[in-house]
Design a protein around this ligand. Structure first.
Ligand SMILES: Cc1cc2nc3c(=O)[nH]c(=O)nc-3n(C[C@H](O)[C@H](O)[C@H](O)COP(=O)(O)O)c2cc1C
Length: 397
């Protein structure tokens, strides 16, 4: 539970999305801090998520009228205020007692779409109620919508009834996570577990005792039996789509080959993601996968929507992904950190910071709406140089 450890810096002193990290560290219990900040193995996957954004430069255009800006962006037909959204994160009750309902309220106030995790601390119905209540308070003026991220339960009867609950609650699209055939090796969690075992009389429990969701998430770095399905295959998409009967997005695609399969299986969107660097070690960043698609399967951009997430900490960078064909960008940890340190105000401020950076950059890039973004407005050569190339037949010497 927050926030008695020490007072965070004044909210006014948070001027970048990065600033929320130190503020959260100052207030979070160690176990929650480790849960949110940890990554797989040596941290290489997280590092490339963070670093690859800066390997792309803008090629700004001048003297174009940018007096009236439009940042609106449609995700699967739902037009939100911005081309970024909150990515699915489990157990927000460990960040703040308001948990997911509080996140939903903050995002709704800002017109932001949010993906709600299967691994919530509060029930999916309560989260939707908070969103709808906030909508009503705003006289239904907020364009914000809630989407649902699905970990497919191994027990298919459970899976189908979960999908039906999500549908009945009014979530707009289903984001099926496909990068969790097992839980990644969360190194910082391992140290914590070992220390707990050595200390024996552990105070902090591995499960949030206040959780209202019977899906105990991977909090504490331990997988939960029944939820991470190593047997999930492309064939499962048929019954998932049938049960859901609405837009489906695959979350966690990391190669162009799998984007091609996603198109063949008729899904409406893919979220290029390596789970915030928390799953496979030495994963490609989403930007790298985006470049693979542009190079080897550019037709994909006309067949489904392509989102990216991982390491986004600056609103300017959202525009780089959009120039390269992405529809929108997901943001994870900054929202967890902002909530942990400042609750609802943190969620709002985090959005304002990213939005302001986006708007400033749009102006100096010479675009007044997102449909004016073009691939020529960025130089991605440094990343392209490192991009995967198919093996060539060896020359005979
Ligand atoms: C604390 C935390 C919890 C997460 N929980 C989930 C989850 O329940 N389901 C899921 O598909 N992804 C989950 N993710 C991955 C995020 O959806 C997203 O891919 C990632 O956080 C983006 O990277 P970023 O945190 O650097 O922005 C989680 C990430 C974090 C940091």
């Amino acid at each position: 539970m927050p926030n008695t450890k020490s007072a965070p810096t004044h909210l006014a002193l948070c001027c970048t999305a990065e600033d929320f990290q130190a503020a959260a560290k100052a207030v979070l219990p160690n176990k929650s801090w480790v849960y949110v900040s940890s990554s797989a193995n040596s941290g290489a996957s997280l590092d490339s998520n963070l670093n690859d954004w800066s390997l792309i430069n803008f090629r700004p255009r001048i003297m174009r009228s940018v007096s009236a800006l439009n940042t609106k962006c449609s995700i699967l037909g739902q037009t939100g205020q911005y081309p970024f959204f909150v990515s699915a994160m489990g157990t927000l009750g460990n960040a703040h007692p308001g948990a997911e309902p509080l996140l939903a309220r903050g995002a709704t106030r800002k017109g932001l779409h949010t993906v709600i995790s299967t691994a919530t601390s509060k029930s999916l119905e309560d989260i939707m109620d908070a969103h709808l209540d906030e909508q009503q308070r705003l006289k239904n003026q907020s364009p914000s919508k809630l989407f649902f991220q699905l970990y497919v339960p191994i027990d298919r009867t459970k899976a189908k009834s979960l999908i039906q609950r999500v549908k009945a609650a009014g979530y707009q699209s289903l984001w099926v996570t496909v990068d969790t055939s097992t839980l990644g090796k969360r190194t910082a969690d391992r140290y914590l577990q070992a220390q707990e075992a050595l200390d024996q009389g552990v105070r902090e429990t591995t499960r949030d005792p206040a959780a209202e969701n019977d899906f105990g998430p991977a909090f504490g770095g331990r997988p939960v039996p029944g939820y991470l399905d190593p047997g999930l295959t492309w064939e499962d998409l048929a019954w998932i789509s049938r049960e859901w009967n609405g837009p489906v997005v695959l979350k966690g695609i990391q190669t162009v080959e799998d984007v091609r399969l996603a198109v063949q299986h008729g899904v409406q969107g893919v979220l290029l993601s390596n789970h915030g660097g928390r799953q496979i070690h030495s994963a490609p960043s989403a930007l790298m996968t985006l470049l693979e698609i542009r190079t080897y399967y550019p037709e994909a951009f006309d067949k489904l929507e392509i989102y990216v997430d991982g390491g986004l900490r600056d609103g300017a960078d959202v525009l780089k992904a959009l120039c390269l064909g992405a529809t929108a960008v997901g943001v994870g940890r900054p929202y967890y950190y902002a909530m942990a340190a400042y609750g609802l105000e943190g969620v709002e401020r985090c959005t304002d910071i990213i939005a302001e950076e986006l708007e400033i950059t749009m102006k100096m890039l010479g675009v007044s709406s997102l449909d004016q973004l073009r691939p020529e407005m960025v130089n991605a050569t440094r990343l392209l140089n490192e991009m995967w190339r198919p093996e060539m037949p060896r020359p005979k010497l």
